[in-house]
Design a protein around this ligand. Structure first.
Ligand code: NAG
Ligand code: NAG
Ligand code: NAG
Ligand code: NAG
Ligand code: NAG
Length: 435
C-alpha cells in the first residue's frame, strides 16, 4: 500500500478547506523586511545614527526595496518592530511615535512607502507594556489603537504578548481582530499568541487562530546563528502534522525572520534557510541591512524559483518525508499545476554527502518528471524508477522544482491532432514562476 502523490495532495487540500480570516490580504505568505532581529531596540541615534530605530532606517530600507529589485519579487512590507513609540500616549490616549526618532510621524512614513508601491507594518503588544517596556495595549485600549493604526494607513500589525496573562490574551487577540476589521482598512494581522503557550494543542487552538489572524509566531525568536535556525527547523518539522493542518491561504505559521545576509550563516546555511522557509510556506521577512548586503546573500534571497515555491497559490505547507539516520532529511511540498518541490538537507558535518534514491522511493507515481535545480538552474529529465545521486554539502541543501509527468502533457499536447491548452502546458519546457 503506497500512498501516492495524488492521495497526499487530496488529503492536504482537505486540510486547507477550512475558514481563514476574511480580510482579503495575505492569500500567499507575506514578504518584506522586519527590523527586529538585525536592529533590535537600538534607540541611540546620537551615537549610532545608521543602526538606530528611526524614520531614517525605515526610509533607507524602503529605498533599497524599491530600487534594488526586491519589490518586484514580492518583498513589499517594511515592518517596524518594538521601541518605536514614545513612552507616553498623547493627550487623547493614543499611541504616538517617539518625536525625536520619528519627527515626521508614522503616517508620513506610510505615505512614503505607499508612493513607492510598498506597505507599512507596525508593532504593538497585548499587555501593559511591550516586551521592550513601551506602552502596551490593554483590553480597554484595543479599539483606540486599531483605529490609530488605520488612521496612519498601516497595512500590517504584529501583536506581541509580553506583560499579559492567558485570560487577557484569550480575550485580547480575538478582540483586536474584530477591532482591525471594524476600521474598514484591510490590515494583515500577526499574532504572537501561540508562541506564549508552547505553540501546540491543547493550549493553542489553531482553528481559532486561522479565523482571527493572518499569521502567527508559533515558537521562540530567531537569533543570528545556525543553531537558532536548526532549532526552529527541528521544532517545526517535529510538529509538522499540527503545523500543516493549521496553514493555508490567508493563515500562515511564522517560523520567524530570514537572517540571510547577516553574520551567523554560511552560504550553504543561507540556502538551507531559504529552501526550508519555502517548503514551510513561511512568511519571508528579511531582517538584515539591505544597504550593505553581499551580492551572494542577495542572490539567495532573490532566487525566483525559491520565491515562487514559497508563494504557491495553493498554499499547502510542505512536510518532511524522510529522516535518514545518516543525517539526510528529505522535504516535499505539493505545488500548483501538479508540480512539487523537494529539498535534500544534510545535518552532517564532514563533507558533501552523496545521497542516492529514486523518485518512486519518494512516493512519486510512475512517470517521467522534469527536474529544475533551484540553486544551480540545471535541468534534467528523470523517470520515477531511475536511481539518482544528489551531493549535499554539510548543513546545506539541494532544492528541486519537480514538474508533472511530461507524458501527460505530451498526450494533451497532441490530443485531437491540434494544440490544446495554454503555452504553459507545453511539455513543461520551463518551470512556472508566478512573478
Ligand atoms: C510512502 O508511502 C508509504 C505508504 O503510505 C509510507 O509508509 C512511506 O513513509 C512513504 N514514503 C515517503 C518517502 O513518503
Ligand atoms: C471584515 O469582516 C467581514 C466579514 O468577515 C469581511 O467581509 C470584510 O471584508 C472584513 N473587512 C476588513 C476591512 O477586514
Ligand atoms: C489576569 O490579569 C488580570 C488583570 O491583571 C487579573 O484580573 C486576572 O486575575 C489575571 N488572571 C489570571 C488567571 O492570572
Ligand atoms: C477551537 O476554536 C474553534 C473555532 O473558534 C472552536 O469551534 C473549537 O471549539 C475550539 N476548540 C477547542 C478544543 O477549544
Ligand atoms: C493534474 O493531474 C491530474 C491527474 O493526472 C489532472 O486531472 C489535472 O488536470 C492536472 N492538473 C493540472 C493543473 O495540470
Amino acid at each position: 500500500m503506497r500512498m501516492h502523490l495524488a492521495v497526499l495532495l487530496f488529503v492536504a487540500l482537505l486540510s486547507v478547506a477550512t475558514f481563514a480570516l476574511d480580510n482579503g490580504v495575505m492569500r500567499v505568505p507575506p514578504m518584506g523586511w522586519l527590523a527586529w532581529e538585525r536592529f533590535r531596540c537600538d534607540i541611540d541615534c546620537e551615537h549610532d545614527p545608521k543602526n538606530c530605530i528611526s524614520e531614517n532606517l525605515f526610509i533607507d530600507m524602503a529605498d533599497r526595496l524599491a530600487e534594488d529589485g526586491w519589490r518586484e519579487l514580492g518583498y513589499v512590507y517594511v515592518n517596524i518592530d518594538d521601541c518605536w513609540s514614545s513612552m507616553k500616549r498623547d493627550d487623547k490616549g493614543r499611541l504616538q511615535a517617539d518625536p525625536k526618532r520619528f519627527p515626521g510621524g508614522i503616517h508620513k512614513l506610510s505615505r512614503y512607502l505607499h508612493d513607492r508601491g510598498l506597505k507599512l507594518g507596525i508593532y504593538g503588544d497585548m499587555g501593559t507594556h511591550t516586551c521592550g517596556g513601551y506602552p502596551g495595549t490593554t483590553l480597554d485600549k484595543i479599539d483606540l489603537d486599531a483605529q490609530t493604526f488605520a488612521d496612519w494607513e498601516v497595512d500590517m500589525f504584529k501583536f506581541d504578548g509580553c506583560y499579559s496573562n492567558a485570560t487577557e490574551q484569550a480575550l485580547g487577540y480575538p478582540l483586536m481582530s474584530k477591532a482591525l476589521n471594524a476600521t474598514g482598512r484591510p490590515i494583515g494581522y500577526s499574532c504572537s499568541w501561540p508562541a506564549y503557550h508552547g505553540g501546540l494543542p491543547p493550549k493553542v487552538n489553531y482553528t481559532q487562530l486561522g479565523e482571527i489572524c493572518n499569521l502567527w509566531r508559533n515558537y521562540g525568536d530567531i537569533q543570528d546563528s545556525w543553531d537558532s535556525v536548526l532549532n526552529i527547523i527541528n521544532w517545526f518539522f517535529e510538529n509538522q502534522e499540527v503545523m500543516i493542518s493549521a496553514a493555508g491561504p490567508g493563515k500562515w505559521n511564522d517560523p520567524d525572520m530570514l537572517i540571510v545576509g547577516d553574520f551567523g550563516l554560511s552560504m550553504d546555511q543561507s540556502r538551507s534557510q531559504m529552501a526550508l522557509w519555502a517548503i514551510m510556506a513561511a512568511p519571508l521577512f528579511m531582517s538584515n541591512d539591505l544597504r550593505t548586503i553581499s551580492s551572494k546573500a542577495r542572490t539567495i534571497l532573490q532566487n525566483k524559483m525559491a520565491i515562487s515555491i514559497n508563494q504557491d497559490p495553493m498554499g499547502i505547507q510542505g512536510r518532511r518525508i524522510v529522516k535518514e539516520k545518516i543525517g539526510i532529511d528529505v522535504f516535499w511540498r505539493p505545488l500548483s499545476n501538479n508540480a512539487s518541490a523537494l529539498v535534500f538537507f544534510s545535518r552532517r558535518n564532514d563533507m558533501p554527502y552523496r545521497y542516492q534514491t529514486t523518485l518512486s522511493k519518494l512516493n512519486y507515481t510512475t512517470g517521467t518528471y522534469k527536474i529544475y535545480d533551484v540553486f544551480t538552474d540545471k535541468t534534467m529529465i528523470l523517470k520515477d524508477s531511475t536511481g539518482f545521486v544528489v551531493s549535499v554539502n554539510p548543513t546545506g541543501v539541494v532544492m528541486w522544482y519537480v514538474s508533472a509527468p511530461a507524458t501527460r502533457n505530451l498526450r494533451q499536447f497532441h490530443k485531437g491532432g491540434r494544440l490544446r491548452g495554454s503555452a504553459h502546458d507545453d511539455e513543461n519546457a520551463n518551470p512556472r514562476v508566478f512573478l
